[in-house]
Design a protein around this ligand. Structure first.
Ligand SMILES: Nc1ncnc2c1ncn2[C@@H]1O[C@H](COP(=O)(O)OP(=O)(O)OP(=O)(O)O)[C@@H](O)[C@H]1O
Ligand SMILES: [Mg+2]
Length: 401
């Protein structure tokens, strides 16, 4: 088997994995899905479980699971699981280890020639050091790190042409053309502007974002709205459920129902939800949902506008705004971008995979390199807490370490 490269986009809600094999990007399915839940749980023997197994355990025993280990990694070095103290880097390592093991087994046991990990643009040195430690614990050595919005930009600008698959969302950026990225995932929001520079890309200005805004927060708004309506209908039925596995399961089921309903509202205008304890369903309209998340989404647009302004551009100076992340599928996002930027954004058929594909396409050593540009300089991409770098053709921007 030829040399291959591995990219892992460790997300707040889901981890996506892709491989570059002989110049083609191959998405990895784990447990029949391209999206591995990022949850981690501990079983009775102290073994860490990941993916659907962790989600299933967490539904019944929340104290044994960390639903969002990416947020846990940022929050602190340790968590309590089943009464034991666990390093948050070990939680992340468990997810990375599973992703890599599944990919390796598809590649006949061969080790990847290169490993690329993505991270929120807003992460500073501390978070990046924690991610590196998790990667080392998972046996991944020293991976190349790429900021998520930059990977997404590469996905749109290089497109699947480099891998031979047709993708109508690819933009043909002329030399000097700029693209802004709006990446709203499960737990973080990232923005960046990139410019085509010859055969490569450079980051313009500083990436921006909000490390605590994502689909999880939209879910919380939805839950609060549903609670208010349920209490209004029958306060006794909503009364704080008793402790115990059945009540915990009911809460997990309600959260699942809310997430599914949110997804339905990206396609349809109404959705009916079942709420445990209530005999009749609750109808929620898209307008109602839009109303409760509008403030969050408008703030995200302000952040994007600030990132574009920080790059020295106004909306007319952009070739396009490109969407990434599952939550960018909320229809209000495209509406607001059209209002602010005068044109609808580019949307990939699978915006949840734009980052992991772009991470591979940004490879300078992998087989899907977009160009024969020079090797990257040591740390060309500015992160928060650092002064921005001047855009420089030598700054082969996707690569940071
Ligand atoms: N059709 C949809 N409409 C609205 N939201 C969606 C849709 N599909 C997925 N989502 C939301 O997208 C989020 C997951 O997106 P994604 O996998 O890109 O995030 P992540 O990589 O886990 O998180 P992050 O990048 O923020 O760390 C979830 O909150 C999910 O509910
Ligand atoms: Mg993501």
């Amino acid at each position: 088997m030829g040399q291959w490269a591995l990219a892992i986009d460790f997300g707040t809600s889901f981890t996506t994995v892709a491989m570059s094999v002989d110049g083609r990007i191959v998405p990895l399915e784990i447990a029949n899905s391209r999206y591995l839940p990022s949850a981690v749980a501990m079983d009775a023997e102290g073994t860490l479980l990941t993916g659907p197994e962790a989600v299933q355990r967490g539904r019944h025993e929340p104290a044994s699971a960390v639903r969002l280990p990416k947020r846990a990694l940022v929050a602190g070095p340790k968590v309590r699981l089943n009464g034991r103290t666990v390093a948050t880097t070990d939680l992340v390592a468990a997810v990375l280890e599973r992703a890599a093991a599944e990919a390796r087994s598809v590649q006949g046991g061969d080790e990847p020639g290169e490993v690329v990990l993505t991270h929120p643009a807003a992460w500073g040195d501390q978070e990046l050091a924690a991610l590196r430690k998790a990667a080392a614990t998972a046996g991944l050595g020293t991976p190349r790190l790429v900021a998520e919005p930059i990977a997404a930009a590469v996905h749109y600008a290089v497109g699947c042409t480099a891998t031979g698959c047709a993708d109508a969302s690819r933009i043909d950026l002329p030399d000097g053309g700029c693209l802004a990225v709006y990446d709203l995932g499960g737990g973080t929001f990232d923005t960046a502007v990139v410019r085509r520079d010859g055969a490569g890309f450079v980051l313009v200005g500083e990436p921006g974002g909000d490390a605590s805004l994502g689909g999880e927060d939209l879910d919380e708004r939805f839950l609060e709205m549903l609670e208010a309506r349920a209490v209004d209908r029958d306060p006794a039925a909503w009364a704080e459920p008793a402790a115990g596995p059945a009540a915990q399961h009911a809460r997990a089921v309600l959260r699942r129902e809310v997430v599914d309903a949110k997804h339905v509202l990206s396609r349809l205008y109404t959705v009916d939800l079942a709420v445990p304890g209530y005999p009749a369903t609750f109808r929620v309209t898209r307008d109602e949902f839009t109303g409760i998340v509008d403030g969050d989404l408008r703030r995200s647009l302000d952040t994007l506008t600030a990132t574009v302004a920080g790059a020295g551009l106004d909306p007319a100076g952009l070739a396009a705004v490109a969407l990434a992340g599952g939550s960018s599928q909320v229809p209000r996002v495209a509406e607001l971008i059209a209002e602010h930027f005068g044109a609808l954004p580019l949307t990939a058929p699978d915006p949840k995979s734009a980052v992991v594909h772009g991470a591979l396409l940004s490879s300078t050593a992998g087989t899907a390199a977009p160009s024969a540009d020079p090797a990257p300089s040591a740390d060309p991409v500015p992160r928060r807490r650092r002064p921005p770098l001047d855009p420089d053709p030598e700054d082969w921007m996707p690569d940071i370490s």
